[in-house]
Design a protein around this ligand. Structure first.
Ligand code: DGY
Length: 355
């Protein structure tokens, strides 16, 4: 009798533990309550999680997709810190819900998803992750330049679907980099690294547009600063590496595409928002420009119905510029350190200061 009772209580215990585990599968608490409580919008690698849990009580969204808006809004209350991604829009509504927020740390170099004036009005410190992703992003930009110029995706598809009948003198010819003019818009960390990687391919000219001159790049690479119109008119490759802000929003529009060479290859590894995408679609359809290679689009993910997916002269990647393990681990660790230092009132490794 006693044995049966014990068995029964044990079953109830297991069932309730299971149901608890199910209900907390998406949102879990970590660490001890004496530490500052923070909200993390995506689980990070184990080293970054360990570091975070040493210093903070961590509540997090464990789903594979971005945290749903309502979940973020209801979980941000009473949190001192927020560690977020570029997929999380941090605006007035989030700030109103997160009345205790002291630090926001984004695991990204881009910060167009953050409402800076609203965040600054609340004296919330902001951390971000510049520097650590410039090499990976420049490398991926090179992949796009070469894949689009040499028609890699198109050629690979032909090979796999029976279009490869024989070696043929002019079949699948594209544009290389040798002797071509490459124009980089935005000579910041990523743009400079792109130029450094283009140089060994022996282009004719390396042009750049930037708010400030870069005498270092001019000396090191022979790069030349020009006005945007000149870059658009003379470049065989126009490469967008500029951050998204009110000055650069849709700067690649109908007018800009009409100024480019008919054979120009447009590459964007910055943000979809720097392009008027409808104008780009038209420019590709009407052969105003030759081809485009995009790692970023509007919106993301790009709907499968987008005409861009149907175009042979358009290579689309799913925003993977910084996607090497080493880089993403470094970004995660930097985001965590920014958050921890910010919460302690210390200097952050990378704080986004008001300009
Ligand atoms: C960033 O960090 O802003 C990049 O776009 C991620 O690849």
């Amino acid at each position: 009798m006693f044995g049966k009772l014990l068995q029964h209580s044990f079953r109830i215990f297991i069932l309730s533990a299971k149901s608890q585990a199910r209900s907390s599968a998406r949102v879990r608490r970590y660490g001890k309550m004496s530490k500052p409580t923070i909200y993390l919008t995506r689980k990070l690698n184990s080293a970054a999680m360990k570091r975070l849990e040493e210093q903070c009580v961590v509540e997090l969204w464990e789903g594979p997709d971005p945290v749903p808006r309502e979940t973020l809004l209801s979980n941000i209350a009473n949190k001192k810190g927020l560690c977020c991604l570029l997929t999380d829009r941090i605006d007035q509504e989030v700030l109103d819900a997160g009345t205790d927020l002291k630090v926001i740390s984004t695991m990204s170099v881009g910060f167009d998803h953050l409402d800076l004036p609203a965040i600054r009005a609340k004296n919330i410190r902001i951390g971000y992750t510049p520097g650590v992703l410039k090499d990976a992003t420049a490398e991926l930009t090179m992949c796009l330049i070469l894949a689009t110029g040499r028609r890699l995706m198109e050629a690979s598809k032909e090979a796999a679907t029976g279009g490869w009948s024989s070696w043929s003198p002019f079949w699948m010819c594209g544009m290389g980099l040798l002797g071509k003019t490459v124009g980089v818009v935005g000579a910041g960390a990523v743009g400079s690294e792109v130029m450094r990687r283009v140089k060994p391919f022996r282009p004719k000219d390396l042009l750049y547009v930037n708010r400030t001159p870069r005498p270092d790049l001019e000396e090191e690479l022979g790069a030349k600063q020009v006005e945007l119109d000149e870059l658009l008119a003379t470049s065989d490759y126009v490469v967008a590496c500029t951050s998204l802000n009110s000055d650069t929003q849709e700067m690649f529009n109908e007018e800009a595409f009409s100024k480019m060479k008919k054979t120009a290859i447009f590459v964007n590894s910055a943000r979809g928002g720097v392009v008027d995408q409808d104008a780009l679609i038209k420019a590709l359809e009407n052969e105003t420009i030759g081809a485009a290679g995009l790692d970023v689009t509007t919106p993301e993910p790009l709907p499968l119905s987008s005409p861009l997916f149907k175009m042979k002269n358009c290579v689309i990647l799913p925003h993977i510029g910084s996607a090497t393990y080493t880089t993403r681990y470094a970004m995660a660790m930097l985001a965590v350190e920014n958050l921890i230092c910010g919460l302690k009132g210390e200097e952050m490794p990378e704080e986004l200061k008001a300009k």
